[in-house]
Design a binder for this molecule. Structure first.
Ligand code: NAD
Length: 617
């Protein structure tokens, strides 16, 4: 069970296209009447006073200059319009004045959703966190993001994705933030290629900005790990550009931290290997993929690695200077990150491709999907060699136990519910026909042909039973001459094939319906019985606390020309194990009353409705 703490401090959000028009109302809502706009752009409707000296990394000297303008203008409200740099200046002024801030972000950096302020003073970057720094309102106007150049959109979007990725393995991770993070990752991964293709695509912009908002909440709510630390060092100490650095470093940190959270991220991205998926996305969309490209000298790698590991902080994998240096070297060279998951997806693809030449395409498709799922099973469960060896041993024993009278593989299929699953999907599609049920392991080809009224028990002890059977089509018309195979257990629950001392086939027969679609026979009441549990299937049942019993039933296999063959079972109403049949074979419509005559004979009367030959095929 997960335990967590979660405090939400998310600012009010006004989202849409053209929402900048709501700025005057939001200023009034925040109690402002003399707003100051912090933006590299000119004035906007409702705000004439502008400070346009916004600079990257919030240098304190810029903040001091802006502070003078705040005082000169008697500003009572701040409006930060632009990327993370404008928002940063806004927060720096909030820290010094306590004025309300309205943020109008035009990139995907996410700063507007965080109580974090990073400032540089004399080249040294310091960070503080205070909920009071959060904007009163954030206006997301999708229209304003249309002018963000494609390249910057992609790197800024990857900057946002980095917040979501690190949130998923944060020590403060919780279900709310996880769902924001995964949603953000999916939206950004879908939107960025469309934006790169058509930067003015408003729908794609809306998706990316929504992703940025959610990713910003992640960044503002839970602690980040190695990725943010590294980008902080590379930006702060080496002057590397903010979003581009995030875009280059992210896949390498993901590979470093894999497999933690990577399966969920891969699913959100729609790829098999998350780190390689992010790298490929960035490369495909023309984002920088190497630190060398960003101007970092190779000699700086060690220094950066040491700086990023000086003080400990939570990260899924321990951060060591050597490990981080290797990571940075990969990022510097622009290598595509290699992970076990990446190698596995290549291996899976190779095996699937190996079936491509099969003349039977259905066989190729089935084997390809089986292999893909089995590889996924191995990966998702971190299957150990010992576990796989045990599985091989189990299957070997299952095969070795099979003989003409013992079908351990059918038992395995039955007890895992696979026989019922195949039956359910391939045989029971028509509501007008009698439901089918599994064949089970005790059917024997060519049962003895018997006349109506024959006693299938041939004198074996048990409660006498009379069965009256009718076979019709879906419209209730009798099916004459239908072949009806019947087989069942004795009163101790054994089939004849399980009793080597028994003479010949017994409790099994082949009968034919008369012109009215009817037949009848005598027998004994079937009883519950354990499926053979002296083999590997029995061991599996015991290992999982399951019993081996089947609810009492009669088996039927009915065929007639022009009709679909029906394999089914009739269960004795009120019998034991109807709710926990070991092979999951019981269906409500097949539970039938077997009332008692005065002489103690039990009776069952049932009409089987056969579908036409083509139905459900
Ligand atoms: P930015 O604000 O510097 O903007 C990058 C460039 O894009 C600028 O030249 C800007 O004028 C231009 N631009 C922005 N929006 C545009 C638009 N819609 N159309 C055309 N041009 C546009 O960069 P950023 O990546 O948004 O933010 C980076 C800064 O934000 C860094 O200083 C970083 O440390 C900070 N940041 C802080 C936090 C936090 O929580 N404190 C979070 C993320 C980023």
């Amino acid at each position: 069970m997960e335990s967590f703490e979660y405090t939400a401090h998310h600012p009010r959000v006004v989202f849409g296209a053209g929402t900048l028009s709501r700025l005057p109302a939001e200023i009034a809502r925040a109690g402002g009447s003399r707003p100051l706009l912090l933006s590299r752009r000119g004035p906007v409707a409702g705000v004439d006073a502008v400070f346009d000296g916004v600079a990257m990394h919030t240098p304190v000297e810029v903040t001091e200059r802006a502070l003078e303008v705040v005082r000169e203008r008697g500003a009572d409200c701040l409006v930060a319009l632009g990327g993370g740099s404008s928002t940063g200046l806004g927060k720096a002024l909030v820290a010094r004045t306590g004025l309300p801030l309205i943020a109008v972000p035009t990139t995907y950096a996410g700063s507007e959703m965080t109580p974090i302020l990073g400032e540089t003073d004399g080249g040294v970057k310091t960070t503080r966190r205070d909920p009071a720094l959060l904007p009163a309102t954030v206006i997301y106007d999708v229209e304003l993001t249309r002018t963000l150049p494609a390249g910057l959109s992609v790197t800024s979007g990857l900057n946002a994705m980095a917040h979501a990725v690190e949130a998923l393995y944060s020590p403060q991770a919780n279900p709310a933030i996880d769902s924001f993070a995964l949603d953000a990752i999916g939206r950004l991964a879908r939107a960025l290629p469309r934006i790169a293709d058509r930067p003015d695509d408003l729908d794609a912009r809306a998706d990316a900005l929504t992703g940025a908002w959610l990713a910003g909440i992640c960044l503002g709510t839970v602690g980040m790990g190695l990725h943010h630390k590294l980008c902080h060092v590379l930006g702060g100490s080496f002057g590397l550009p903010h979003s581009e650095t995030h875009a280059v470093v992210l896949p390498h940190v993901m590979a470093y931290n894999a497999p933690t959270a990577m399966a969920r991220i891969a699913a959100a991205l729609g790829v098999s290997d998350a780190p390689a998926g992010v790298f490929d996305l960035a490369a495909r969309l023309g984002a920088p993929t190497s630190l060398a490209e960003l101007g970092l000298p190779e000699t700086a790698l060690r220094t950066a690695a040491v700086a990023a590991t000086e003080t400990p902080y939570p990260n899924p994998r321990a951060v060591t200077a050597d490990g981080v240096e290797r990571l940075l070297s990969d990022a510097w060279h622009g290598h595509r990150p290699a992970t076990a998951a990446g190698d596995l997806s290549r291996l899976t693809a190779q095996v699937v491709a190996s079936f491509a030449g099969a003349p039977d395409q259905r066989l190729a498709a089935l084997l390809g999907d089986l292999v893909t799922r089995l590889h996924g099973f191995v990966a998702d469960n971190d299957l150990t060699e010992a576990e796989w060896t045990a599985a091989i041993g189990f299957l070997t024993e299952t095969g070795q136990l099979c003989s003409p009278t013992r079908q351990e593989f059918v038992l395995l299929s039955d007890t895992l519910g696979i026989s019922s699953a195949v039956d359910l999907l391939s045989n029971s599609r028509s509501p007008d026909t009698t439901p089918s049920a599994v064949l089970g392991p005790f059917y024997v080809e060519g049962p003895p042909v018997k006349e109506h009224g024959a006693d299938l028990a041939e004198g074996l002890p048990g409660t006498p039973l009379r069965a009256d059977v009718r076979v019709t089509d879906v419209d209730g018309r009798p099916v004459a001459g239908a072949t009806v195979d019947v087989w069942q257990s004795n009163q101790d629950g054994y089939y004849d094939v399980q009793l080597p001392d028994l003479e010949g086939p017994v409790l099994r027969a082949r009968l034919r319906t008369d012109g009215d679609g009817r037949l009848w026979f005598r027998s004994i009441l079937p009883s519950e019985y354990p499926i053979p549990d002296d083999g590997p299937v029995g061991r599996m049942l015991r290992a999982t606390g399951r019993h081996p019993y089947r609810a009492p039933h009669l088996h039927f296999m009915i065929s007639a020309p022009g009709h679909r063959r029906l394999v089914t079972q009739l269960f004795v109403a009120g019998g034991p194990y109807l709710d926990s049949d070991a092979v999951f074979g019981v269906k409500d419509d097949l539970i039938v009353d077997f009332p008692s005559d005065e002489d103690g004979t039990r009776r069952v009367a049932f009409t089987f409705r056969l579908g036409p030959d083509s139905a459900g095929d």
